[in-house]
Design a protein around this ligand. Sequence first.
Ligand code: TRP
Ligand code: SF4
Length: 329
Amino acid sequence: MALKRILSGMRPTGKLHLGNLHGALANWIDLQNSGKYECFYFVADWHAFTSEYNSTEGIRDNITSMVIDWLAAGLDPKKSTLFVQSAVKEHAELFLLLSMITPLAWLERNPTYKEMKAELSNKDLSTFGFLGYPVLQAADIIMYKAYGVPVGVDQLPHVELTREIARRFNYLYKEVFPIPEPLLAGVTKLLGIDGRKMSKSYENSIYISDTGKALQQKISAMFTDPQRVKKTDPGDPGICNVFTFHGLYTPQDKVKQIDADCRKAAIGCTDCKKMLAARVAEVMKPIHERIDYYVHHLAEIKEIIDEGNKRAAKVARQTMEEVREAVKI
Ligand code: TRP
Ligand code: SF4
């Protein structure tokens, strides 16, 4: 029996942080390694244009550094198809056709659209492309007749819209597309070093590629339990971001020990962070070694992407033949 197909994408934001690693990326890698799915993962570089159309000079480098992080973290081009959206022009053709059948009202009421537009108020996002973001995303997904789309909660409205657009296409023309399911993973929420959401734009991120002194310094700057002013004050690990990190990087028995010690002020935050820095460096070591390898073997990255682009294009070409047949063009 053919494996069910999974598809997901990320905008090329450049190097990824630990929030990305333990969120989306870990989920992608688990799905890949489960052996139950045929996975397609891609860089949504056209999507970057919807908000960054006036500063595109970094996009190519960002694609490369993001793919390096993907590979270093465990995406395997032998198991998954890794490709770049703009290399598969069929996405643009399907986007165009879907834009013809998507009611404006569906796009205007999209909560992600409203939020992003308000949040990025320093940019002029009153563009056709920005409003059409989810239509392009729908084209990405249904092109591969994906059964499942691993995404975070923020992307749920987009997948819901994809389902509606796919249904509308099937209804207007012909049953070409399966209706995709969102696949939500239960992930640990890591905050940035300043206690806000970890985000590149807040400059509060610990990157996958951070090593040595830079890594130590960032960890030593992390916010902890804000009520714990003096070392003699008992702390509450339940509200401490450092403790959340320990949960991911430190052996369970040690985590229990820290929990108990923190609550009775038997450990100070400085030592607690030193322990964390050592653990993160240790756990990330193989990933750092692979990053170092790929940074010096960029030709390999290019080959991997070229190969993935070819595999993706083959599926996309076939879908577009069916689509043109269905719409009678
Ligand atoms: N919108 C997604 C994000 O910002 C990226 C994306 C583009 C995507 N096309 C997709 C995700 C298709 C899943 C499926 O993270
Ligand atoms: Fe957080 Fe560790 Fe300090 Fe407790 S001791 S508040 S867990 S950093």
